[in-house]
Design a protein around this ligand. Structure first.
Ligand code: ATP
Ligand code: ZN
Length: 226
């Protein structure tokens, strides 16, 4: 029946840099999750919650389209999807419930180590490979630089050596990957962390009550980690 409350659906990354921390956060909040099987959906045994385990790239859309109620995703992926949807005239609404204390990284421009770089103007007329064309496009526009953007879903860091690009714009945390590929970080264009987001049109009172119960626990876990 339509009046019956549905289980709260939370999307998290199935396997990758955010999965362990996302799962640890849920566990710290008291969710008993049965993750033994490699299933898409994991039922929380002690609360009306289902955990959906998906590619991180799918999480913003699942929440913006209202298919999932909450999600944990990197701001980089979230902002890229928002910009893309704005350009496509699709809905891009969501609420950030909490900026989390994991998944920290920066989206940076990197060029070959031997290259002199005196600022973004050096990118004029160049070809830049990235997985984040909209974030990079916004930055270049702000800087008044015209460059060609090549979108690659993976192996961005090998693009200059492969002759596919003059520079790259990629996620960095330590810089070791850049160095291993003969590149140096020259400009940070975006700083990111994981965020907990909620869909905009969530009105079910039981689900809202459940979220109101979870939020103080999340805040408590984060304070304890400080
Ligand atoms: P999926 O298979 O889910 O698509 P992925 O390979 O796209 O995974 P990961 O490499 O697991 O993604 O990164 C997920 C998120 O972790 C990134 O979008 C970013 O927000 C964050 N992150 C933190 N540090 C780094 C880093 N050094 N490199 C890449 N991402 C990082
Ligand atoms: Zn991904």
């Amino acid at each position: 029946p339509a009046t019956e409350s549905k289980r709260l659906r939370i999307a998290m990354q199935k396997s990758g840099r955010l999965s362990v921390d996302s799962q640890a956060l849920f566990t710290s909040c008291g969710l008993k999750i049965n993750l033994r099987e490699q299933r898409l959906i994991a039922h929380v045994e002690n609360m009306d919650i289902d955990i959906l385990r998906v590619r991180d790239d799918d999480i913003p859309g699942l929440v913006m389209d209202g298919v999932c109620d909450l999600g944990i995703v990197g701001e980089n992926v979230l902002e890229e999807e928002s910009l893309q949807r704005q350009l496509d005239n699709d809905s891009f609404d969501y609420t950030v419930l909490k900026r989390l204390d994991f998944g920290g990284c920066r989206l940076s421009i990197a060029v070959p180590q031997e290259e002199a770089y005196q600022g973004p103007a050096a990118l004029e007329g160049k070809t830049i490979a990235t997985t984040y064309p909209r974030l990079l496009g916004r930055y270049l526009k702000q800087q008044g630089v015209n460059a060609r953007i090549v979108t690659l879903k993976g192996s961005v860091e090998v693009a200059p050596r492969a002759g596919l690009a003059d520079a790259i714009c990629d996620l960095v945390s330590t810089g070791a990957t850049l160095e291993a590929n003969g590149l140096k970080e020259v400009d940070v264009i975006y700083r990111s962390k994981a965020v907990l987001i909620q869909r905009k049109d969530l009105t079910d009172s039981k689900q809202l009550k459940l979220i109101n119960k979870l939020m103080p626990r999340i805040n408590g876990v984060m304070q304890a980690n400080e």
